[in-house]
Design a protein around this ligand. Structure first.
Ligand code: 5RP
Length: 270
């Protein structure tokens, strides 16, 4: 791997343990003002110190993140569809590579929609982005998107998507956790991170999800709603970090979550 790509990837995925806690706040690009992300600056600010990287759009980066931050940015560069439109899969590239470079990003990210009518166009966007990434030393994150079809999240489909993304040159891949997840990670030659998906019922459920993904070969999480839609987002991201970076069991991480939650409730700084 080129030095620049490896160096940028090392800023996102800690080379000492091969793990990462990315915070995803890009949801507005197709969902609009998602619950608890209505004011992105307010959501992002307290969480930023606990995130290994932030995944977001250029609009939110420019308007809502202090440029003094040292946290690496993973810039979403695909979109062009919305949750109220005919299909989420009909995405195109939405940011020029020059602008990504201007924003000093650590990586660029796009969604691929394998098995849809827009498979070819989104895979072609991936290959264009990889060519640009290789030229300028910026890694590419491919997101194996399922749109509204959450039932597509099985090992056969996600394994196919992750492998195709890696074959086409993606430097790391984001997918969903599923049964037999080890089949997905073991057949993908680049690091795999998982999305959290829609908010689960409890914090414990999300910690279990992160734990199971790590145990089955994930390099970490790129989690959004299960962190910032929690009533205690900072305790939650800190608990996720315990799982990802310190191999905590879900119950141990949940214990930390409860301690930090109690501290927040009693007005103590955490
Ligand atoms: C959408 C995305 C989101 O960033 C992704 O879904 C992660 O967020 P969450 O954990 O809320 O699912 O890439 O395509």
């Amino acid at each position: 791997m080129d030095w620049g790509i490896q160096n940028r990837l090392n800023r996102i995925i800690d080379p000492t343990d091969g793990r990462t806690v990315m915070l995803a706040v890009d949801h507005g690009y197709f969902l609009g003002p998602t619950r608890k992300l209505e004011d992105p600056a307010a959501t992002i600010k307290p969480l930023l110190p606990s995130a290994d990287a932030l995944m977001l759009t250029r609009g939110i980066l420019r308007t809502s993140v202090d440029p003094a931050t040292a946290t690496p940015m993973v810039l979403r560069v695909s979109g062009g569809t919305s949750v109220v439109g005919p299909t989420l899969a009909d995405e195109c590239l939405t940011v020029s590579f020059e602008d990504a470079i201007r924003l000093n990003v650590a990586a660029v990210a796009l969604s691929i929609f394998v098995g849809t009518d827009h498979e070819r166009q989104t895979l072609q966007s991936l290959t264009e982005l990889v060519d640009e990434g290789e030229t300028y030393g910026i890694p590419v994150l491919a997101v194996t998107a399922v749109g509204k079809e959450l039932e597509k999240r099985d090992a056969r489909y996600l394994g196919l998507c992750c492998r195709i993304a890696a074959e086409l040159g993606a430097h790391f891949v984001k997918t969903y956790y599923c049964d037999d997840f080890e089949k997905v990670t073991s057949s993908c030659p680049v690091p795999v991170v998982i999305a959290g998906g829609p908010k689960l019922e409890t914090e414990m459920d999300a910690l279990q999800l992160a734990h199971d993904a790590i145990a089955q070969g994930a390099a970490g999480v790129d989690m959004g709603r299960n962190i910032w839609q929690s009533d205690y987002p900072v305790p939650m991201i800190r608990a996720v970090r315990e799982v990802v970076h310190n191999n905590a069991r879900p119950a141990e991480a949940h214990e930390l979550f409860l301690e930090l939650k109690a501290a927040v409730d009693s007005g103590k700084a955490i």
